[in-house]
Design a protein around this ligand. Structure first.
Ligand code: HGY
Ligand code: MN
Ligand code: MN
Length: 434
């Protein structure tokens, strides 16, 4: 039975506000004519200020944590009269950082939907917001889910999960700036990153609304889905070494062309992964050195993004890829090596949170009846890190054509409205369950 008193006009207005703010945030970019917002950049600082302003507008107490995540909090209105300031919190949110040439909704729409749910569920009245819930409500805008700048993803949520690794401080961006230097330039103290960590006892759980970034809901003609689990991920930087030589004077039987070895490797990744279920490998970056038109490439560097529904399957496929690359490079007289730059385990969404998300979706269906889709997420999310300290649940919104990490990424205002209603209902169902 649905618990939210649905005011359709209010939810429609909230959805319009979300869409308008997605456009406003899209204008905060490092590159004109495209969306790019990376960790610890001036753009990151600007969207945190905007998010904090919108959180305060809802009456939330706001703070930026020691890893650059932006948070807002509504305490519960407790009958015992305590200030509720130490009440455990349900975290709602997503991320505000982007990939290069991004769409306007990946991450962003989840943060804004969370804000609208907080607005809907705060108790009426002025002054610091209170919520008639048995737990506090926190909205979190994670600062680095994509890993665009330093290659290691989930930096912001890893800090919150208390799984920060000091080895990351020496990671560098394309300009050679280290993560440590970027922290200091942003105004953060690397020595205090541990203060961002939350203890499991402080949290009730984490719920994230996100566009599907795939075509399933669009193909089904449905708006929303429950997420069953989030794919495990491993990312590698591969280096292939051959020998630079003259492009004209060097006969083929004398060549050790690193780019051709890397190209065969990329094709091998595709054919090995195509033969599997729920294992996805992608080479997104490929560079040849010295990179001159008239020089046989002596070195090539390529990325590998490898994901799977289960860690063990993913790791088995990585061994197959390693064996195939050994064979390819052996045939071509090349050497190769791999540096792992990111690894995150698969996270299974907590049954209780899957249930309340399902109740939320049902509340948006005619007569509250239906059979909401339950989808595995091959896309990564901050829940992969947060799963280390609390239960994770996710709600997917239809993403027409499934195109994402691309300017054509889309979501409809109608589906955003249904997402706001479903997430608000899920929170009330969770509260009722407690
Ligand atoms: O890569 C991913 O799956 C996510 O969008 N960061
Ligand atoms: Mn993304
Ligand atoms: Mn995302």
């Amino acid at each position: 039975m649905a618990l939210l008193a649905v005011d359709r006009d209010r939810i429609a207005a909230a959805a319009r506000r979300v869409m308008a703010r997605c456009d406003e945030l899209a204008r905060v970019s490092a590159t004109s004519g495209a969306i790019e917002r990376v960790y610890l950049s001036p753009e990151h600082a600007r969207v945190n200020r905007l998010a904090a302003e919108w959180m305060r507008e809802v009456g939330m107490a706001t703070r930026q944590d020691a890893a650059g995540n932006q948070l807002g909090r509504i305490d519960p209105s407790t009958s015992s009269g305590t200030d509720g300031g130490d009440a455990p919190a349900l975290l709602l949110g997503s991320h505000l950082d982007t990939v290069p040439d991004a769409g306007r909704f990946d991450g962003i729409v989840g943060v804004l939907i969370a804000l609208e749910v907080a607005r809907l569920l705060r108790a009426p009245g002025d002054g610091p917001a209170r919520a008639g819930l048995p737990f506090a409500l926190e909205v979190i805008a994670f600062s680095d889910e994509e890993g665009t700048r330093f290659g290691k993803a989930l930096l912001g949520s890893s800090a919150v999960a208390g799984t920060w690794d000091d080895e990351w401080w020496t990671l560098t961006d394309a300009d050679g700036t280290s993560l440590r230097e970027a922290f200091l330039e942003f105004g953060l103290d690397p020595a205090r990153v541990g203060e961002a960590a939350r203890r499991p006892a402080e949290l009730v759980g984490y719920l994230e609304a996100h566009i599907e970034q795939g075509p399933q809901l669009d193909r089904r003609g449905e708006s929303l889905a429950v997420v069953s689990s989030i794919a495990s991920a491993r990312r590698f930087q591969l280096t292939v070494e051959g020998e630079a030589r003259h492009a004209g004077g060097t006969p083929y039987d004398m060549r050790r062309d690193a780019l051709l070895g890397a190209s065969e490797a990329a094709l091998a990744v595709e054919s090995i992964c195509r033969a599997e279920h729920h294992i996805i490998g992608t080479v997104g970056q490929l560079e040849a050195f010295p990179g001159a038109v008239n020089v046989v490439p002596g070195e090539a560097r390529l990325s590998l993004d490898l994901r799977g529904e289960f860690d063990g399957e993913r790791d088995r496929v990585w061994l197959s890829i390693e064996r195939e690359l050994d064979a390819i490079m052996g045939r071509r007289g090349l050497r190769w090596r791999a540096q792992e730059v990111h690894s995150a385990p698969a996270v299974f969404c907590a049954p209780l949170l899957q249930d309340v998300v399902r109740e939320g979706i049902l509340s948006t269906l005619p007569g509250g009846a239906g059979d909401p889709a339950v989808l595995f997420s091959p896309a990564g999310h901050d829940g992969m890190a947060i799963g280390a300290i609390t239960d994770v649940g996710m709600l997917f919104l239809r993403n027409p054509d499934g195109i994402s990490h691309h300017p054509d990424e889309a979501v409809s205002a109608g589906d955003v409205a249904r997402g706001i209603q479903a997430l608000a209902e899920a929170v009330l169902q969770l509260a009722a369950d407690r």
